[in-house]
Design a protein around this ligand. Structure first.
Ligand code: MF3
Ligand code: CO
Ligand code: CO
Length: 263
């Protein structure tokens, strides 16, 4: 993390808007391809080529040595799943996380997709995770404390019996991929003192587990994070700009699930 309380001026806000808008256009292009039989490598290739064809830069490729363009986190994978040659199967849930650099500014978002017919339990997990992201966004006003995000997510998630991942969090974003403020998705003491002033840009990206909260990092690839108990995990992410009028979702898609969507 770097640079505390970085506030964007109007011109910088427009640059963030443009970066996030390209990223969401990319998500719209990807969505029809996330279906049974397609490999996550094929989705990765599509995102890579689309990004380059439009003159932009994949943010993840080479980031701290990450080997691919996107993260694809299937079933018990919480985050940072590396695309591979396994075809998506009926009943899978898969999070596709896209980040692009447009003229030096980052757009970052993810969605969890239901592949074919999934179990009622998987569908419910994805629904609750999606709803928790919007509950967090709706809880915010100019000058809100970061802890309001964790409180709103906990209020949606905990009554359902699910757990909120603590080991990975949202982040400030701009010309850096990850910067202050850190955005925990559960209430923490430190988040009481962090203020979301107009001009702050950040992500909210709750990772919600069906079972226990514990995470395991795959030692063989150094990236893939799984639930320790092997149960499912889901995630949704938006890039958000706090403005004088309230939070603005910069990564809204035209075709994707909108607030209130039923999976
Ligand atoms: N897109 C992820 C996030 O939401 C970060 C992925 S970093 C990578 O912050 F190196 F794993 F790609
Ligand atoms: Co992010
Ligand atoms: Co992301």
């Amino acid at each position: 993390m770097q640079q505390r309380n970085l506030l964007l001026n109007p011109q910088q806000r427009d640059q963030m808007r443009a970066a996030a808008q390209f990223n969401s256009q990319l998500m719209d292009a990807v969505r029809p391809h996330v279906v049974p039989g397609v490999t996550t490598d094929e989705i990765d290739r599509l995102v890579h080529d689309y990004t380059l064809d439009h003159g932009h830069t994949p943010a993840c490729l080479g980031y701290k040595g990450y080997p691919k363009t996107i993260c694809t986190s299937v079933n018990e994978v919480i985050c940072h799943g590396i695309p591979n040659d396994r075809p998506l199967q009926d009943g899978d849930i898969v999070n596709v996380d896209l980040t692009t650099i447009v003229d030096g500014w980052h757009g970052d978002q993810s969605e969890t997709f239901l592949i074919g017919e999934v179990s009622d339990e998987a569908r419910r997990l994805v629904q609750v995770t999606f709803d928790s992201l919007y509950a967090a966004i709706n809880a915010l006003r100019p000058g809100s404390k970061v802890i309001e995000i964790g409180r709103a997510i906990a209020k949606v998630v905990r009554p359902e019996g699910y757990t909120i991942v603590r080991d990975y969090q949202g982040h400030g974003i701009g010309q850096a991929f990850h910067q202050d403020p850190g955005i925990p998705h559960f209430p923490t003491p430190g988040a009481r003192f962090e203020t979301l002033r107009p001009g702050v840009c950040f992500t909210i990206e709750p990772m919600i587990n069906q079972g226990k909260v514990d995470t395991v990092l795959d030692k063989s690839d150094g990236w893939t994070v799984r639930t320790k108990d092997g149960k499912l995990s889901a995630q949704f992410e938006h890039t958000i700009l706090m403005t004088e009028q309230g939070p603005e979702i910069l990564t809204s898609t035209k075709e994707g699930p909108q607030e209130g969507h039923r999976f």
